[in-house]
Design a protein around this ligand. Structure first.
Ligand code: 13P
Length: 248
């Protein structure tokens, strides 16, 4: 199974649903549709209406983040996994570099994953090194640490997907070389096997400047189980092109 996840970040109003309707109509007719899942994470404000609309359709709706508490509490502007689940989200991202940069710590991320799973949300856990860490050849150590500090053997690994997003690649048009990326994905899968002490590994996605052209290079790396797509997910044509070119 492959995953094409579109992360809208701070984008979208109710009528932006038209973008998703086009993606959905492509996916319902696509001959390869059984081979992949499409998930879109709009902002909190759109989760409920979009989830209702796409119930029993080809697009699943997720959240971009969640607060590190279970149900209700006195944290102004916070939205819990329980609340997200109750308006129809099936997934949540946790640990996106945007949110790490704004103060999400490993301890907070661990609580987020734990409460999200408790509320039956599937978690897309994001990791990735920055430019300086890459330059200093610290990538493998950074990724290992990010995984180890948050993921726990007690978590149900069937409900977790890992997304590798090198920070220097997000929104820049820069992507890792295919040799480098293959090694990194294999490294991540090895770490996941160690953490969960299971033979079967979790799906590992790549994210960072994915588009309809470079996806042809990524598809050669069989270890990549799908993509987390930012910019290109805000256009139905660009998003559909990624899927089309992946299976071409
Ligand atoms: P871009 O695809 O715009 O580089 O964004 C990647 C990302 O951060 C998705 O979460």
């Amino acid at each position: 199974m492959r995953y094409f996840i579109g992360n809208w970040k701070m984008f979208g109003v109710p009528k932006s649903i038209n973008i998703l309707r086009k993606i959905n109509s492509f996916c319902s007719k696509d001959k390869n549709r059984k081979k992949y899942r499409v998930i879109i994470t709009p902002p909190y404000t759109l989760i409920e209406t979009y989830s209702k609309y796409f119930q029993n359709k080809r697009i699943a709706i997720g959240s971009q983040n969640c607060y590190q508490k279970d149900q209700f509490s006195s944290n102004t502007a916070a939205v819990s996994p329980f609340m997200i689940k109750n308006v129809g989200a099936k997934f949540t991202l946790v640990g996106h570099s945007d949110n790490r940069a704004e103060g999400d710590t490993d301890k907070m991320l661990k609580d987020k994953v734990s409460y999200a799973l408790k509320n039956n949300l599937k978690v897309v856990f994001c990791i990735g090194e920055n430019k300086l860490e890459k330059k200093r050849k610290k990538t493998f150590a950074v990724l290992k640490n990010q995984l180890k500090k948050v993921l726990d053997k007690k978590f149900n690994q069937n409900n977790i997907i890992v997304a590798y997003e090198p920070i220097w690649s997000i929104g820049t048009g820069k992507i890792p070389s295919s040799v480098e990326l293959k090694k990194t994905i294999i490294h991540i899968k090895k770490q996941l096997k160690k953490i969960f002490r299971k033979k079967k590994t979790l799906p590992v996605l790549y994210g960072g400047s994915v588009d309809g052209n470079n996806v042809k290079m990524f598809k050669e790396i069989r270890e990549i189980d799908g993509f987390l797509i930012g910019g290109a997910s805000k256009s139905s044509k660009k998003f559909i092109d990624i899927i089309k070119n992946y299976y071409r």
